[in-house]
Ligand binder design. Structure first.
Ligand code: SAH
Ligand code: SF4
Ligand code: F3S
Length: 458
């Protein structure tokens, strides 16, 4: 018999859903990076097509899906902790269907643990199998005990339904997977090899989003600078940026993440020349020590990294940089760590996202016999954050007196101020009316804090 298509499965599930005497509800919780949240939007889109309405929380839902992250051990622990809660809810509502997907679902030790100790989890599917949800849900609703599909497919997620979380900020994945195999990182093992979407599909999606009033287009990939390498057509990420910049409308283009090994002059020239692209680059450096970078298999040196920073700032002295840093890679010495502190002082990042190294079994770094204690790593982290707080305040002062264009995000419950992100990806706080949420305003900056700037609407 021929396998049913995704739309046929969607219809089969909705036939079952309408037979209930009340509307069925679903809840999707995503963890991890923006790519995973984008998958979460697609999962919600499919659930809505199948006739479910979205629940406010897990407790009131008939289907709960955890879309998980495996990048660090505490991310995994959190999910198992949360699954414990779900077990209680399911005891109260035995018909509740519990699903687990995302990066953890691609790890054998996780699926083994689920089968052995978390038998109340009904549906499991890997990140490259999100389009299998309707089939798995149908099997479960038709009486199957478990419905697991953890195979790896070359999913490029074209044409899937999507329920977007925001009405003015949109994530647009441009590629999936990663080929870099940084020695600490699990992502290439759970997300498979790089697959780029075709430029015309991306442009079409952006055109539609802009026509629907979206003001921020966030292009996503594990390393956007590898974009196009696997396509027949000769193209690359800067070419794609130019095409998206040419889409008519008032919107800001952002992207994440850029691997420094492929962030060359062409990328910087393109950011500078494209008026819709924010003058900001998230350039994860991970460490300021060449020895550690080599052990991480990052394939650049600090000097090579600084060339990109200096080149951008030779045109725009205020160019904004943010980064990711791993503290306590196996056997990182005190001198290696000092070099990271030196680097952040040299670059003057507006913001850093720092993580204590987490051992991921299956990766190369997990085989290293690490002699550095957790306590030492914790102290380094505290120091790094303290140094960065000073750098941020100092760095944000350059905006005082300047007018920044800000896309208004929301209103703070704490101080009643509106907040948003400037084109440089800096958080800006100011007084204003809630009706401005979702639109651009010009804000004159009056003060710098260590995590944001404040100002007044012009
Ligand atoms: N593809 C992106 C990063 C994805 S993961 C890039 O290369 O920039 C986001 C961040 O998590 C990484 O930049 C790194 O700083 C951190 N990270 C990844 N694996 C980690 C691990 N095993 N322990 C601690 N931090 C890790
Ligand atoms: Fe992980 Fe490195 Fe790939 Fe980023 S580039 S996802 S850190 S392997
Ligand atoms: Fe986590 Fe997977 Fe993203 S491991 S960081 S959710 S790609």
């Amino acid at each position: 018999m021929q396998e049913k298509t995704i739309n046929e499965y969607i219809l089969s599930v909705s036939d079952i859903v309408v037979k209930y005497k009340r509307p069925l509800k679903a809840f999707v919780r995503s963890f991890g990076c923006q790519l995973n949240f984008s998958d979460g939007e697609k999962i919600k889109g499919m659930l809505i097509k199948m006739g479910y309405t979205m629940a406010e929380d897990e407790q009131s839902a008939d289907v709960v899906i955890f879309n998980t992250c495996a990048v660090r051990e505490n991310a995994e622990d959190r999910v198992f902790g949360n699954l414990g809660f779900l077990k209680h809810y399911k005891e109260e509502n035995p018909n509740m269907i519990i699903g687990l997907c995302g990066c953890m679902a691609a790890l054998e030790h996780v699926t083994d643990k689920l089968k052995k100790s978390y038998k109340f989890v009904d549906i499991v599917f890997s990140p490259s199998a999100i389009d299998k949800l309707p089939k798995l849900l149908y099997e479960k609703l038709s009486g199957s005990k478990y419905a697991f599909d953890t195979n790896e497919y070359n999913l490029s997620a074209e044409g899937l339904y999507q329920e977007r979380d925001s009405s003015f900020k949109a994530s647009v994945p441009i590629m999936f997977g990663c080929n870099n195999f940084c020695t600490y990182c699990i992502v290439p093992y759970v997300r498979g090899r790089e697959r780029s979407r075709k430029p015309e599909n991306i442009i079409q999606e952006v055109e539609k989003l802009v026509a629907d009033g979206y003001k921020e287009i966030m292009l996503l990939g594990q390393n956007v600078n590898s974009y196009g390498k696997d396509l027949e057509e000769k193209t690359d990420f800067p070419d794609l940026l130019r095409k998206i910049n040419a889409v008519e409308g008032d919107f800001v283009i952002r992207f994440m993440s850029s691997h420094p090994k492929d962030a060359g002059r062409k990328l910087i020239d393109t950011i500078i020349e494209c008026e819709k692209v924010g003058k900001h680059l998230h350039l994860p450096v991970q460490s300021g020590s060449d020895e550690i970078l080599e052990k991480m298999n990052r394939r650049y040196t600090v000097e090579k990294y600084m060339e990109t920073i200096d080149y951008a700032r030779s045109f725009i002295p205020d160019f904004s940089f943010t980064t990711d840093i791993i503290v306590g890679f196996p056997n990182e010495s005190a001198e290696d760590f000092e070099k990271t502190l030196e680097l952040i002082k040299r670059v003057k990042y507006d913001n850093i996202y720092s993580f204590i190294y987490s051992k991921r079994s299956g990766t190369k770094a997990a085989e290293i016999d690490d002699k550095i204690s957790d306590e030492e790593k914790g102290e380094r982290m505290t120091k790094l954050l303290a140094v960065q707080r000073e750098i941020s305040t100092e760095s944000y002062r350059r905006f005082i007196g300047r007018t920044m264009r800000v896309l208004v995000d929301g209103k703070s419950k704490k101080n009643g101020l509106l907040n948003g992100k400037s084109d440089e990806f800096v958080i800006v706080e100011f007084e204003g009316d809630e009706s401005l949420i979702g639109s651009f305003v010009n804000v004159k900056i009056t003060e710098a804090k260590n995590w944001a700037v404040t100002g007044v609407i012009e």
